[in-house]
Design a protein. Structure first.
Ligand code: ADP
Ligand code: MG
Length: 673
């Protein structure tokens, strides 16, 4: 560190001794000596006290000498106290050439410094001197062995006595003085000895530290080399592994190329096979294409045949008349056999299944004793005798059911007195079996079966079923088990443009299989039978109407057809004894009469081609409007009881049926777009 004070430069070196401090001490001693020594006037030269009696040192400082009286004698300071000592030195008003002294020490004792910080400390101290003391007019540049390797070098503290002794010997007689000098020298030597000892201790500590450091480094080195060894071992292992992997890879490559060869040969084989198959497929495709042509041709022919069949079928139906009547006489039930074992009043023809006669012995006009047999002959489209099976009856109507699928509205109803077998004919008995199934389930089965067959010709069908009851001119849904109160069922057109009728709030069920319809029939039957016990056989005084809406479409030919198949179990046609009927019973009777006579009127009006057909006069005729008339096919079952007691009712039924049978309603039209 360089320091400039008043332009002069001092190069000071850190060292164990500070001349200043020794000077101070020496001066103090000198003071003491001057008091005792005869050399009282001798002026102490600070430079003279400098170490080892360097001959080059100037003999005397030209700087003003510090006042010895004001100097305090301190014990010799070690290096650590140097700044303090110098500060103290500086704080005094001594005027002496400290800077030059330090400079000389630095130049002559470059090896004195032990540690660099001593140099720094010294420089700092000198700075303190420079700044604090104006008297010390010196400039010091402190450089030196800062940072140099410390060396234990001790500079002997300056001694005034030694210097004095060196410069001037005591006379031989001055034994006291000599003794005192020697004492001083001894003291100095002791001081130096203790300094040496402390320095040595410091050095030893430092040396120990160095040794420890060395030891630690050695240990670290050992660890590092063992790590290196380990890593080298790992490296070797890795290299070995790598070699193994390379060998394996080579193996895999070889296997792979072998496999590739095999696969390529297989692939080639497959390709040739494939080419053969493709050729085969192409051949088959051309065959299929030609077959498709044949099929299309056949389909076209089939379609034309089907059209022809429908046309002829319709012609046959027309020839049969659009209202056909089938008469069925039920057998005598086991429960009735006691009263009536033989049916005598009903006669059938042996060779004609279209005629039926009722005979009755009536009193002759000529005499009381003679009874004349009165015979009433009727002819219908078919007459079924009591032994006729359900299957036989259905055969007669199955063509009509087919018409429903072809797009015609079809209405089949059963007319007859209560107990004549209407419900048995239309639905079947309560304990239904495939053999005794009625017309409704049979019709449904046939429709689903035929629809399935027609699929191959491109026809798809949607079926929607409903089942209702008309009682006292009010409608009731037979498919709703728990009806909500105050629900109004109204017969309405589907929309302004449509001719199709529907009933508001009625349950329309889309059905996809016959079983579903069988279930619906069972539900309706159960509902009607509940009413039967609850309201004095209400079922006999109500009409039940099962309707199946059929929507067919042929995507191949862009054809659509809609139709409704209605199967109606009419209320009992028996005439009630009006004279005994009162209140509800009378109203009921009137309602039945109204609806049945309305049905008769509608049929008559259609037959007579009247301009106004009174459909709206009853709920039944209004509901069946589209199924009675113009574009519909109607079939009436007239059910007859075999019991003689029912003779007059049977006669009435047959008369009514006969009238209907005479009707020719016109040509039915196909509902096709
Ligand atoms: P309706 O519905 O006209 O009042 P039903 O169909 O209830 O008459 O028939 C009355 C009774 O006669 C029922 O017990 C029924 O099972 C039975 N019956 C009706 N027709 C036949 C038939 N063709 N064969 C056997 N039993 C029949
Ligand atoms: Mg019935």
């Amino acid at each position: 560190m360089d320091m400039n004070v008043n332009g002069s430069q001092i190069t000071a070196m850190s060292g164990h001794t500070l001349p200043g401090s020794h000077q101070t001490l020496a001066r103090k001693r000198k003071v003491d000596n001057t008091e005792r020594s005869p050399l009282k006037d001798r002026k102490m030269n600070v430079n003279d006290t400098m170490v080892n009696g360097n001959k080059n040192l100037p003999q005397r400082s030209r700087l003003p000498q510090p006042s010895l009286k004001r100097m305090k004698l301190n014990t010799p300071v070690d290096n650590t106290d140097l700044p303090v000592a110098v500060k103290k030195f500086g704080s005094s008003n001594m005027t002496f050439s400290a800077a030059s002294t330090i400079s000389k020490i630095a130049s002559t004792r470059p090896s004195i410094g032990v540690r660099s910080q001593y140099g720094a400390g010294l420089a700092k101290a000198i700075q303190g001197v420079g700044t604090r003391s104006r008297a010390v007019n010196c400039a010091a540049t402190v450089t030196g062995a800062i940072g140099k390797k410390p060396r234990v070098a001790v500079t002997a503290p300056p001694s005034v006595e030694t210097a004095a002794a060196g410069s001037k010997r005591r006379p031989a007689w001055d034994l006291k003085g000599q003794l005192s000098d020697m004492k001083v020298q001894l003291g100095n030597m002791r001081t130096r000895m203790s300094e040496y000892t402390s320095k040595l201790e410091v050095s030893e500590v430092h040396s120990k530290q160095l040794q420890e450091n060395m030891h630690q480094r050695d240990k670290q080195l050992e660890i590092a080399s063992s790590q290196i060894e380990e890593l080298q071992g790992n490296l070797k292992a890795m290299e070995l592994l790598l070699k193994n992997r390379e060998v394996e890879l080579e193996k895999c490559r070889a296997e792979n190329s072998a496999m590739q060869g095999v696969l390529e040969s297989k692939l080639k084989l497959r390709e040739t096979e494939l080419a053969q198959k493709v050729a085969c497929i192409e051949e088959q495709q051309s065959t299929i294409a030609s077959l498709h042509g044949v099929i299309a041709d056949r389909e076209e022919r089939l379609y034309l045949t089907e059209q022809e069949r429908r046309r002829l079928h319709n012609t046959v139906q027309e020839l049969k008349g659009n209202i056909r009547v089938i008469c069925r006489v039920r057998p005598v039930l086991d429960s009735e056999k006691e009263a009536c074992s033989e049916i005598e009043h009903v006669q059938f023809s042996h060779d004609d299944d279209k005629v039926i006669s009722l005979t009755k012995k009536e009193e002759s006009h000529t005499g009381r004793d003679r009874k004349e047999e009165v015979k009433y002959d009727f002819s219908f489209d078919h007459v079924f005798q009591p032994m006729a099976k359900q299957r036989d009856v259905f055969e007669e109507i199955s063509q009509l059911v087919q018409s429903a699928l072809d797009g015609y509205n079809v209405c089949i109803f059963a007319y007859g007195q209560t107990g004549s077998g209407k419900t048995f004919t239309m639905e079947g008995p309560d304990d239904m079996t495939p053999e005794n199934m009625g017309m409704i389930p049979r019709a449904v089965d046939q429709i689903f079966a035929t629809a399935e067959k027609l699929k191959t010709m491109g026809w798809t069908y949607k079926f929607t079923a409903s089942f209702l009851e008309i009682y006292n001119e009010t409608l009731r849904d037979l498919l709703v088990t728990k009806p909500e109160k105050n629900v109004e069922y109204e017969i309405k057109r589907l929309n302004n443009k449509s001719e199709q009728l529907h009933v508001t709030n009625l349950k329309y069920v889309t059905v996809t299989a016959e079983d579903q319809v069988h279930n619906l029939i069972a539900i309706a039957k159960a509902k009607r039978s509940v009413a039967k016990t609850a309201a004095n056989d209400r079922s006999s005084r109500s009409h039940s109407v099962f309707q199946l809406m059929i929507e067919g479409s042929n995507s191949n030919r862009d054809l659509q057809c809609t139709s409704t198949l209605s199967l109606v179990d009419l209320a009992g046609s028996e005439r009630l004894d009006k004279s005994h009927s009162k209140g509800d019973r009378l109203r009921e009777a009137q309602a039945i009469n109204t609806s049945l006579s309305c049905l008769g009127h509608v049929i008559m009006s259609l037959s007579n081609k009247e301009s106004h057909i009174p459909y709206r006069n009853s709920k039944l005729t209004y509901l069946l409007q589209n199924s009675l008339g113009g574009n519909s096919k109607t079939l009436m079952f007239v059910n007859v009881s075999p019991l003689e007691e029912n003779f007059s009712e049977s006669l009435n039924s047959l008369r009514f049926a006969s009238k209907v049978n005479e009707c020719v309603i016109g040509t039915a039209q196909l509902n096709r777009k």
